[in-house]
Design a protein around this ligand. Sequence first.
Ligand SMILES: C[S@@+](CC[C@H](N)C(=O)[O-])C[C@H]1O[C@@H](n2cnc3c(N)ncnc32)[C@H](O)[C@@H]1O
Length: 236
Amino acid sequence: MDQDEKNEEVAPDAELAAAIMRRHFRPSLIKTEAWEGYEFADMEIKITESTDCYGAVLWPSAMVLCHFLDTHRDEYNLMDKNIIELGAGTGLVTIVTSLLGAKVTSTDLPDVLSNLRHNVNRNTRGRCRHAPHITELSWGKQLEERFPRATCHYDYIIAADVVYAHPYLHELMETFMHLSSDDTVILWAMRFRLDPENSFVDTFDKHFHLEELYDLPSLRIKLYRARKRTSASQLF
Ligand SMILES: C[S@@+](CC[C@H](N)C(=O)[O-])C[C@H]1O[C@@H](n2cnc3c(N)ncnc32)[C@H](O)[C@@H]1O
């Protein structure tokens, strides 16, 4: 392969990655409150971050997932769909999916919920068909009690950058398993940093049919679509 051919291979990822990161970012406005502006679902979205924990920062995987959903509205028509987001953080993905018409349950650890609620309320009030529901979900805890399989059915489980070197990867897998019905589609944007992340993908692949929708090496992010493996389920 000569150099030109190599360049041709790399360019699409670099261009897409640059477009995702550039298109949706606007500089901070320091007024009484600092926020960053993003544009998705034909709306300006204001996100306030705080640097005191992971969940209060907006991570690039969230922008990748939002970009995908915003630019694939026909294939992924979210109107009236039931969605649950894991590790919602600052709430960008919850906001975008709500603006696109979904009924969203937005979840994270208790410490993160106040900033999450602030961002989600300010960006969705009066703009959405269904008001998003924000609630605690600590992976692996009280799953059947709080999200009973008999009554909770999700069309989509969405997650951005929830896999990294934390001690709850087993509980996260358990949560994906518990919330998935045979027809639930998981859309999961993942940033690769260390080895535990690769082994999580290997384990995930044993329980779910996994398909790559985006591979963005320049951001070290992949976007996956997955569905639970069952004896009766059809492969994508
Ligand atoms: C790297 S941040 C990603 C946040 C957001 N999805 C984004 O992409 O901007 C990881 C998120 O997972 C949440 N998280 C970490 N451990 C968790 C656990 N055991 N149960 C529930 N959420 C957890 C964090 O609070 C945080 O919001």
